[in-house]
Design a protein around this ligand. Structure first.
Ligand SMILES: Cc1cc2nc3c(=O)[nH]c(=O)nc-3n(C[C@H](O)[C@H](O)[C@H](O)COP(=O)(O)OP(=O)(O)OC[C@H]3O[C@@H](n4cnc5c(N)ncnc54)[C@H](O)[C@@H]3O)c2cc1C
Length: 134
């Protein structure tokens, strides 16, 4: 489940690759738990189907992009400070439990004011990586 799984979504048409994002991990977790309960009861399992509600991404200290598919409204897209605040509150809101929300808020506030990063992706061109190893 989640980032460790090379899962495919079985909707209409050909199965599609599930993106490595939090909503996908949460949906996979629920689907796996429901299938485990079905197996215990001797019922057939159901294929996983990822429901994509849209994307939120930060692109700076006070900037983000929001790209949502809202039922009845269609595509809702905006960016900038409003999108960043939306991103912030949406992520806190969807965390499970008050303790998790508090810990993440304190963690993010610390990272914001101290400029410390909790996760980094260090990418290096293939040729440079080979040279530095030899
Ligand atoms: C920098 C960055 C930014 C991202 N931004 C977004 C975003 O804006 N929106 C979005 O939807 N997704 C984002 N993602 C992706 C998102 O974080 C992941 O898709 C999601 O967290 C996957 O959830 P998971 O439960 O599979 O794994 P994780 O969230 O990685 O959880 C795995 C947990 O298992 C624990 N663990 C590992 N090994 C062991 C062990 N041996 N024993 C016990 N525990 C263990 C880890 O400590 C961790 O707590 C981002 C990822 C990164 C790195």
């Amino acid at each position: 489940m989640g980032d460790l799984a090379a899962a495919k979504s079985h909707g209409k048409g050909e199965p599609t690759v599930v993106p490595g994002v939090s909503p996908a991990a949460k949906q996979m977790g629920r689907a796996a738990a429901a299938n485990l309960l079905r197996r215990i009861k001797g019922e057939p399992t159901r294929p996983f189907r990822y429901v994509d509600y849209g994307n939120l991404a930060t692109v700076g200290r006070k900037a983000a992009i929001v790209d949502l598919a809202v039922p009845g409204l269609g595509a809702v897209r905006f960016s900038g400070l409003a999108a960043w605040l939306f991103w912030l509150f949406a992520h806190i809101y969807f965390l499970i439990g008050f303790r998790n929300r508090l810990i993440v808020m304190v963690d993010w506030a610390w990272a914001y004011f101290t400029y410390e990063r909790s996760a980094r992706v260090v990418a290096e061109p293939v040729s440079n990586a080979r040279e530095s190893r030899s």
